[in-house]
Ligand binder design. Structure first.
Ligand code: ZN
Length: 235
């Protein structure tokens, strides 16, 4: 069944047996289902992927790359703010009559939930405020992501490979988790009654289906079909 890639260079391992250059977490929401966050090194920068997220109001996966232009200072501020559950904002781009800001808003839209959003404002004090991208997650998950980010920043440096080509991510068909080529749990499954390609390790092992059953969390019918196919193939 699973086929791991063997040719990858070894990376330093953290206690949790995840490479130090990545962190991944999932929250189980009683009505929204699975909510993933993925933080990883991307060249001399950090890539934060929220799946699902909202892009221009529609559900999607949001890959946000933060460059390291100042020896990690801005990235460390992001990590510290997320870890501490503190509001934080950074101007991403600015032009005549508009400004794009990345903002972390703790305990919004409700207690215990935080929102990361890319917001575009235009036309002065009375102008439009548009949420171009946004992701809501439990504060605890943002805090873990912040700690993961702080662990990755020291690995960055001018010698880090350029990330002009953003790594492609595919969504795992079982859980919609973003799976990168560099993900340590990247797995391919091609066997079984229905070919299922690109499952993440947690889905391939059956862990996802087990935790969803235990937590009684809603699941899209297509995802359920994939996970039950895998479970049947493994039985
Ligand atoms: Zn999965």
């Amino acid at each position: 069944m699973g086929r791991h890639k063997q040719h990858k260079p070894r990376r330093p391992r953290s206690e949790s047996d995840q490479p130090a250059s990545e962190w991944f977490g999932t929250a189980l929401h009683s009505t929204e289902g699975m909510q993933h966050l993925d933080v990883r090194q991307s060249g001399n920068g950090i890539l934060i992927t929220s799946s699902p997220a909202e892009i221009d109001g529609a559900p999607a996966s949001w890959a946000l790359r933060l460059r390291n232009d100042d020896d990690g200072q801005a990235l460390n501020e992001w990590g510290a703010a997320l870890a501490a559950g503190r509001g934080h904002a950074q101007v991403m781009s600015e032009g005549p009559g508009y400004m794009t800001v990345l903002a972390f808003m703790p305990n919004q839209p409700e207690d215990g939930v935080g929102t990361l959003a890319r917001i575009r404002t235009s036309g002065g004090p009375d102008g439009d405020v548009v949420f171009e991208r946004s992701a809501e997650r439990p504060m605890g998950l943002w805090a873990e992501a912040g700690e993961g980010l702080l662990r990755i920043v020291p690995l960055l440096g001018p010698d880090a490979p350029p990330a002009d080509d953003l790594e492609d991510c595919r969504l795992c068909p079982g859980c919609y988790r973003p799976v990168y080529e560099s993900s340590s749990s990247h797995t391919l499954i091609g066997a079984g009654p229905m070919p299922v390609i690109g499952l993440c390790r947690l889905c391939a092992e059956g862990t996802t289906l087990r935790s969803l059953r235990e937590a009684d969390v809603p699941l899209a019918p297509q995802q359920r079909a994939v996970l039950e196919t895998v479970a049947a193939a493994m039985a």
